[in-house]
Write a protein that binds this ligand. Structure first.
Ligand SMILES: [Fe+2]
Length: 192
């Protein structure tokens, strides 16, 4: 189901469908990463204008497409200057994320130990991802933050999830590498 129409949408969906049909999660995410990088550079594919409109108080999430046959969903996210996330997971789903416009800083974390709702994480490195780059997150290596490090530029990223993601775990810092888990319901933003 195409939630938002845009130039090149058919080609976009056909390309993602072909990659998601791969037989195992590692092949699938490898192919999808390559496909997404090509789509970002494809001048026939242009995201809807709303995807470039940041919200003042939070990063924006807008659903572009949800596959009825294959189950995956595609979300465009818009990051105002300095906007970012807490450490979070993807509710156990694989995800392939690409930078469509601008640049983002992505930091991955490994889980060192857990005591009930308290988790201890270690940063395993931050990377700057520019437009045209893509990465994948496969559980259990799914904990990360995303941030737009720019002082004045908006960044846009595209996220393809195994299924519809309506909630995820977020981790609030307690100090000394410890974090407390909370559940966050994820909302969608206006498209006009
Ligand atoms: Fe994420």
């Amino acid at each position: 189901m195409l939630v938002l129409d845009f130039p090149g949408a058919r080609k976009f969906v056909a390309t993602i469908d072909a990659a998601v049909a791969a037989p195992d999660v590692h092949t699938l995410t490898d192919e999808l990463r390559g496909s997404l990088c090509r789509l970002i550079r494809d001048e026939e594919v242009r995201l809807p204008d709303c995807c470039y409109q940041a919200q003042a108080d939070h990063y924006a999430r807008r659903e572009l497409y949800r596959s009825e046959n294959l189950g995956y969903s595609v979300i465009a996210m818009t990051w105002g200057p300095g906007q970012g996330t807490l450490i979070h997971d993807h509710h156990g789903m694989w995800c392939v994320e690409g930078v469509w416009h601008g640049a983002l800083e992505i930091t991955q974390y490994e889980l060192l130990e857990q005591q009930d709702e308290r988790f201890r994480f270690q940063s395993v490195g931050a990377m700057q991802a520019g437009a045209g780059s893509a990465g994948s997150l496969i559980p259990p290596h799914e904990y990360h933050t995303i941030r737009n490090p720019s002082d004045d530029a908006v960044a846009v990223s595209l996220h393809i999830y195994k299924g519809e993601m309506t909630c995820c775990s977020v981790f609030r810092p307690l100090g000394e590498q410890w974090f407390e888990r909370g559940l966050r319901q994820l909302c969608l933003d206006r498209t006009h």
